[in-house]
Design a protein around this ligand. Structure first.
Ligand SMILES: [Zn+2]
Length: 184
């Protein structure tokens, strides 16, 4: 199925940019955005399926080209950011665990077919469709406000109009969360 007009939600673009900034040499082969045709059948509720042209899910390759612990630490930062109240994040899946508002973002066993070890999955709420503001992953927004009135790192222009390239993000993943690969 072709979705030439599909694009990742603004929150997803912003979060991926922050991860790219922190891990410029990361492996992107298990990255993914848009569901492939198979997932339409196997997981029709996947957030990787565009709705009104917007994809509300992002897969990030677990290989950050850093110590493996870094991946856990990054997922933990995203989880805590959500727990502190960033309602753009709907849920996260990584390494056999799902994290969502259920039980206050506690890590719970993920029972899906794919345990998500080659990548982690982030679903976004509709609040992230057009809201590409900076994610406070370090939890230091209040300190920033004291230091510079919150300007530092804020209002990073997010290119929310960027279209997802057609055909081939070079993804090798086989994600039951509905992932990804290409628009071909
Ligand atoms: Zn996914």
């Amino acid at each position: 199925m072709n979705h030439p007009m599909s694009k990742l939600c603004a929150a997803g673009i912003q979060l991926r940019e922050q991860i790219d900034d922190d891990y410029p040499d990361r492996d992107r082969r298990s990255d993914g955005v848009v569901a492939d045709a198979r997932h339409y059948a196997t997981n029709p509720s996947s957030d990787h399926i565009p709705r009104n042209g917007i994809v509300r899910a992002l897969d990030i390759d677990a290989n950050l080209n850093a110590h493996p612990e870094e991946t856990y630490a990054l997922v933990e930062k995203i989880r805590k950011c959500a727990k502190r109240g960033d309602k753009r994040i709907k849920y996260i899946i990584y390494d056999g665990k799902i994290m969502s508002p259920i039980l206050g973002w506690k890590r719970r066993k993920y029972k899906g077919a794919n345990p998500h070890r080659s990548h982690f999955h982030i679903s976004f709420t509709t609040l992230g469709d057009n809201d590409g503001k900076w994610f406070d992953l370090e939890g230091d927004r209040n300190e920033r406000l004291k230091e510079d009135g919150g300007k530092l790192g804020q209002n990073v222009p997010s290119n929310s109009t960027r279209n997802i390239p057609r055909g081939g993000l070079g993804c090798r993943c086989d994600c039951k969360c509905g992932a990804s690969i290409s628009l071909a």
